[in-house]
Design a protein around this ligand. Structure first.
Ligand SMILES: Nc1ncnc2c1ncn2[C@@H]1O[C@H](COP(=O)(O)OP(=O)(O)OP(=O)(O)O)[C@@H](O)[C@H]1O
Length: 260
C-alpha cells in the first residue's frame, strides 16, 4: 500500500529583501512528504535546504505558495495557531543538541514536555530512551556524554512528544564519520520501528541516498531531481546504527525501501 502524504507543498517561494537586493532562497518548489518514511532534502551549501525545512516545519512563512500539513494549510494560520501546530505536530533535531547542562538525560528528554504542560506516558519515555540507546545513561549529565550520545538524547527528546514529523537539520554535521553513520542509522530505525515520519536535511548526497526512501535534491533554490535510492556500493547505515545503539543485542535491522 502506498503511504499517505503528511506534508504537501506546492509552488513554495521564499524571498528575502526586495528589488535589486532580493535573494530568492527558494523559488517555486513543490514537494510531498510521505507519512512513515524518511525523506531526505539534499543539496550543496546555499541550495535552500534549511529554508525549505523551516517552511515545511512552520518555523518561517513562504512568500508565495501553499503548504498543507495533515490537511491544515499552514499559510492560513495566525502566529499563535502556527506555534501550537509546531508544538503539537513537529519535533526537531538540529546540528547542536542544545541540552540543558544541569539536567540529566531523562530530564533533558522530558523538559520540553514539562514546559508545554504535558506529562508523557512512561511507556513512551521508555521507548524513546531505549530506541536511542540511552538506557545506561539516563542519570548522566550532558557533559558526561560523547557528542553522538548527546545527539541521541536530542532524538529521544524529539520523539517523546509523538510528533507527526521529525525534522533533522544536519544532525550529524559535527560528528565524525562513524558517529554520523550511527546517528543517521538511528533516524532510519526510528522510521522502521515506530513508523515515524522523518525529514532529514543533509549536504551528504551519499548518506541521503543510502538512508532515505525519497531524496529531494535542491539546487539554487529549485528542485533539481527526485530519486528513489538505492545507490550501489553505499553502506547500510541503518544496520550500523542499530548495532551501535543496542550493543549486546545485535538486532539485525535492515533498511527496507518500500515504494513511495
Ligand atoms: N535571512 C536571509 N536573508 C538573506 N538571504 C538568506 C537568508 N536566509 C537564507 N538566505 C540565502 O538563501 C539561500 C539558501 O539558504 P539556506 O540556508 O536555505 O541554504 P542551505 O541549503 O540550507 O545551506 P547550508 O547547507 O549552508 O545550510 C542562500 O543563498 C542564503 O544565503
Amino acid at each position: 500500500m502506498l503511504p499517505s502524504t503528511i506534508i504537501s507543498a506546492v509552488g513554495v517561494t521564499r524571498t528575502h529583501g526586495a528589488g535589486d537586493e532580493a535573494v530568492h532562497a527558494l523559488d517555486g518548489v513543490s514537494v510531498d512528504v510521505p507519512a512513515g518514511r524518511l525523506t531526505a532534502i539534499s543539496g550543496s551549501p546555499g541550495a535552500g535546504k534549511t529554508t525549505l525545512a523551516h517552511l515545511l516545519g512552520g518555523l518561517d512563512r513562504p512568500t508565495a505558495g501553499s503548504i498543507e500539513v495533515d490537511g491544515i494549510e499552514l499559510t492560513a494560520l495566525d502566529d499563535d495557531d502556527l506555534a501550537a501546530l509546531r508544538r503539537d505536530l513537529f519535533g526537531y533535531v538540529f546540528r547542536a543538541p542544545n541540552l540543558l547542562p544541569v539536567l540529566t538525560v531523562d530530564e533533558n528528554v522530558l523538559a520540553p514536555q514539562w514546559v508545554a504542560g504535558r506529562r508523557p506516558g512512561r511507556r513512551r519515555l521508555e521507548l524513546s530512551i531505549e530506541l536511542a540507546g540511552l538506557g545506561a545513561h539516563r542519570r548522566l549529565l550532558p557533559a558526561q556524554l560523547t557528542g553522538v550520545q548527546q545527539q541521541r538524547v536530542a532524538v529521544a527528546r524529539a520523539l517523546l512528544g509523538e510528533p507527526a514529523v521529525v525534522f533533522a537539520d544536519e544532525p550529524a554535521g559535527d560528528l565524525d564519520e562513524d558517529d554520523a553513520a550511527e546517528l543517521l542509522g538511528l533516524l532510519r530505525r526510528v522510521v522502521d520501528e515506530l513508523g515515524q515520519t522523518v525529514v532529514l536535511l543533509t549536504r551528504d548526497a551519499r548518506a541521503a541516498a543510502a538512508l532515505a526512501h525519497r531524496v529531494v535534491t535542491l539546487d539554487g533554490g529549485r528542485r533539481s531531481m527526485c530519486v528513489a535510492p538505492r545507490v550501489p556500493g553505499t553502506r547500510n547505515l541503518a544496520h550500523i546504527g542499530a548495532r551501535a545503539a543496542a550493543p549486546g543485542r545485535r538486532r539485525r535491522i535492515r533498511a527496507r525501501t518500500p515504494p513511495v
